[in-house]
Design a protein around this ligand. Sequence first.
Ligand code: NAD
Length: 296
Amino acid sequence: MKIAFIGLGNMGGSMAQNLLKSGHQVFGYDLSETALQHFAAAGGIVCDSPQAAAKQAEVVVSMLPAAKHVRDVYLGKHGILNVLQAGSLCIDSSTIDPQTIQEIAAAAQAKQVRVCDAPVSGGTLGAKDGTLTFMVGADDATFEAVKPVLSCMGKNLVHCGAVGTGQVAKICNNLILGISMTAVAEGMALGAKLGIDPQALAGVINSSTGRCWSSEIYNPWPDICANAPSSRGYTDGFAAQLMLKDLGLAVDAAQQAEQPVVLGSMVQKLYQQLCQDGHAHLDFSSIMHQYTTTPA
Ligand code: NAD
């Protein structure tokens, strides 16, 4: 297949490489020269604009930082919807608000181009290994059509519903994750302050009702989980600034829907402070720093 890939960063770079490994012809574009060099070295065809990449393609995949970039690439003055052939398919895997992708899909429909949202979980490691989970918002026929492309980059393809619902799933999951990670950090810090050995405390939590992914697999206290970022100085994980972005999307969506997100708003403020304190690039489990300066 001829596939255009727009946004070859930490996630997109690896995802595009997996498409190349599966034998697809990939036309790539990114603003970063370094990203383009890595892509070319892996066998990708470098293009000098999103339109130049999209013109050649039956399928477009985009993996961009935020909604304004996605809007610009699809709907902007030099947007790809102006050049895509009728019948082509677009998959946006960026994490953005549901409304933006719904607007893009509506504009695309007028040109007989199908668009779906397919945000991911699994992080940079999942992108590299081709084991991402895709949360897909699309009608049934479009979901079937994008499956062969997505399965080159991920192992779980979840059909969430109509366009936009992939983003809803992603936003709600990360809202819960941000809250649960903060809850575990708060509990671990309190226990340590009150004198219990953190290993013993984690053991109790993980065989009791406080157990969750954040306590068991990704505990924010150092040296509880050997492979978690907390055991290597909170490096190489899911950056606190990306968690802050996702919490912002959840809080904004809740405001528009007039639905309370009480804990989400509080945790958003804690992540804002963490990022302002200079920890934006650390893994999001470094929320531990808001509770203790010496978690060891
Ligand atoms: P990144 O910043 O590493 O990559 C984004 C790339 O987009 C950059 O290389 C940038 O140069 C490029 N770009 C920006 N504007 C562009 C434009 N107009 N045209 C072409 N390229 C453009 O970000 P990332 O970590 O790869 O994340 C991408 C998306 O995936 C984000 O929406 C993020 O929230 C989401 N996400 C990231 C992770 C993660 O662990 N990094 C996990 C899940 C979801």
